[in-house]
Design a protein around this ligand. Structure first.
Ligand code: GLU
Length: 280
């Protein structure tokens, strides 16, 4: 059995909070307790939301917490070519299609439909552009329309075949390829997406155990399917519980009082901060 490789993958769009500290500690412990490697990756594909000062702040906070990582951090903003190559492969298979809809058009279509498909986070894409003819697609592309690229969940699941993923806490899950519907794999403005970039990079970094909050469990269905389509290795998963505030609400940027920086500035030490995390 080879030593585990894990990663912590924050977005430099805000401060680290207790939820991030838990995610980093879970990943660090899983790797280090077994003599493996713990990596850091900045998920910074969305240049509209990245704030440059957070790269350094995140690294400083992790070091202050004693959650040091191995090797230099990977930045997804340097990896555009790899995502483009993966998208090309999916295009060649016919497991993605171009989508020309605006957000407004999608909302209107969902409102018009009876029985619009829904997923764990609300309405799913109603499939409008999946039904375009090849000729229609060609003429829109030739006219210069810049599409997003969506997973054709049903076609892709036929290519990928029946799949499962294994979570160390939750056991074996059959993949439901339709759970998130025809999700966007490449946004119009950035040419990729969280789903595509994560799958490509976890393989590139040879991550053996993907650890992250259980809010991302639905995404794992898409990720496992993409691994099969792209011929990438299957990692094990560990979806850990989330840190919540006193009202049971998942931590977000607005919880500045629970940011690592604020706690640190208020005089708490690393052991006090880590001591507030659930045992997970
Ligand atoms: N960038 C994601 C987050 O901050 C992490 C996703 C993942 O670990 O796959 O929630």
């Amino acid at each position: 059995m080879t030593a585990p490789v894990t990663r912590f993958a924050p977005s430099p769009t805000g401060r680290l909070h207790l939820g991030h500290a838990l995610a980093a500690r879970v990943a660090r412990d899983l790797a280090k307790d077994a003599g493996g490697r713990f990596l850091l990756r900045f998920e910074d594909i969305d240049h509209t939301r990245v704030r440059p000062e957070f790269y350094l702040e995140i690294e400083e906070d992790l070091r202050w917490l004693g959650l040091d990582w191995d090797g230099p951090a990977l930045r997804q903003s340097d990896r555009g070519d790899a995502y483009a190559a993966a998208l090309d492969r999916l295009r060649g298979q016919g497991s993605v299609y171009p989508c020309f809809c605006t957000r407004r058009e999608i909302e209107e279509e969902v409102a018009r439909m009876t029985g619009a498909p829904h997923g764990p986070e609300g309405a799913l894409y109603p499939g409008t552009c999946r039904r375009l003819s090849q000729a229609e697609r060609k003429s829109r592309l030739a006219a210069g329309a810049q599409p997003a690229w969506r997973l054709d969940a049903l076609r892709a699941s036929k290519i990928g075949g029946p799949l499962t993923f294994t979570d160390l806490r939750h056991g074996v899950h059959p993949v439901d390829p339709a759970l998130l519907g025809d999700v966007i794999l490449a946004r119009k403005d950035i040419g990729t997406s969280y789903h595509l970039a994560v799958v490509v990079d976890d393989a590139f970094q040879q991550v053996t155990h993907v650890t992250r909050g259980e809010d991302l469990l639905p995404s794992t269905h898409v990720h496992r399917l993409l691994q099969a389509l792209l011929g990438l290795p299957e990692p094990l998963y560990l979806h850990h519980e989330l840190v919540t505030d006193e009202h049971g609400v998942r931590l977000a940027k607005r919880h500045d009082a629970l940011s690592i920086r604020t706690m640190r500035e208020s005089g708490l030490g690393p052991a006090d901060v880590l001591g507030r995390l659930p045992r997970a």
